[in-house]
Design a protein around this ligand. Sequence first.
Ligand SMILES: NC(=O)c1ccc[n+]([C@@H]2O[C@H](COP(=O)([O-])OP(=O)(O)OC[C@H]3O[C@@H](n4cnc5c(N)ncnc54)[C@H](OP(=O)(O)O)[C@@H]3O)[C@@H](O)[C@H]2O)c1
Length: 327
Amino acid sequence: MNAKIRWGIVGPGKIARKFCEDLATHPDAEMVAVGSRNLARAQKFATEFNISKSYDSYDALFSDSNVEVVYIATPHRFHHELSLKAMAHGKHVLCEKPLGVNTKEVQELIESARKNKVFLMEGLWTRFNPSIEKIINDLKQQRIGTVHYVRADFAFNGMDRDLDSRLWNPELASGSLLDIGIYPIFLSYLVLGMPEKIQAMSTFHENATEIQTAMQFQYPNAMACLYSGFSSTSKMEAEISGSKGQILIQPRWHETSSYRIEEDGLETLVETPPKGGGFTEEIEEVHSCLRRQAKESEKWSLQHSLDLVTLLDSVREKVGLRFPFEV
Ligand SMILES: NC(=O)c1ccc[n+]([C@@H]2O[C@H](COP(=O)([O-])OP(=O)(O)OC[C@H]3O[C@@H](n4cnc5c(N)ncnc54)[C@H](OP(=O)(O)O)[C@@H]3O)[C@@H](O)[C@H]2O)c1
């Protein structure tokens, strides 16, 4: 039997907790270390998930030779710096979305992964959602014909959050676009690829954080209407419409358990709930790549991440969104 894959957790916050709930139940995974900026926080997390080593710095975790693969779950601003450090120490990396704040950061990460000969993947969990996997297959089989329209959004009311939080602090790459707008853009990219033309508009908070963004992507024979926002909650049902039918991904579509497919007037409900809290399929992809010594996933490759951040950058350019640390 293969030895377990030995994980180190960096930034034990909200999403790290959810991720580790799934990692803890995986028979092939062992959490061997957690690193925080604060030892007490690392120790509390280690106790909760039965992790043997707690570190009071991320650097100390990167120096632990027992750690094989690192999960980076800090605010976006630090994904680039921390992934670079981890890879320089020879660690494989699964980094939360977005992989980098801009195209330059993602390019540098890809170069580093290749130079250090380590595995790198953006933690875009929706790509591994079982419904999304099935939909990709349905589209390949032309079950709804040629796709001409995609509609997707991601919105919640985050207006009451602290202005120092990662949602609202420009120093942490705040705003809806990179945090949740990345999902509708991902769906459009997954189904239709790179658009020929992008239009976008945003509203901004007085501290320069982008609050809402509406986007239209134009393709040779298709259009996508996409939206993200922090000012109100939306239903979050996504639609893919083709010449012979349509697919409705049930709310909340980015973590869905089911979708409806209508082909030639006949509607079917397809129920394919993800395992656990929704991270297991992503974890299995990392394990599968590491076992095969693959340096990137075919399902969500480094080129896919580069394309996605290129689209985010194009939208940002249209609406004039820059972070203070980028100037
Ligand atoms: N896949 C998903 O469904 C999903 C969902 C939510 C978020 N995310 C992604 O996960 C990342 C983290 O999101 P989150 O909601 O978990 O964030 P969070 O709870 O605000 O922060 C995560 C951890 O990052 C560390 N950190 C390092 N520098 C920090 C700083 N300057 N300010 C605040 N925290 C800092 C903190 O841990 P220590 O101080 O203890 O080191 C903190 O607990 C984001 O990039 C986001 O896009 C993904």
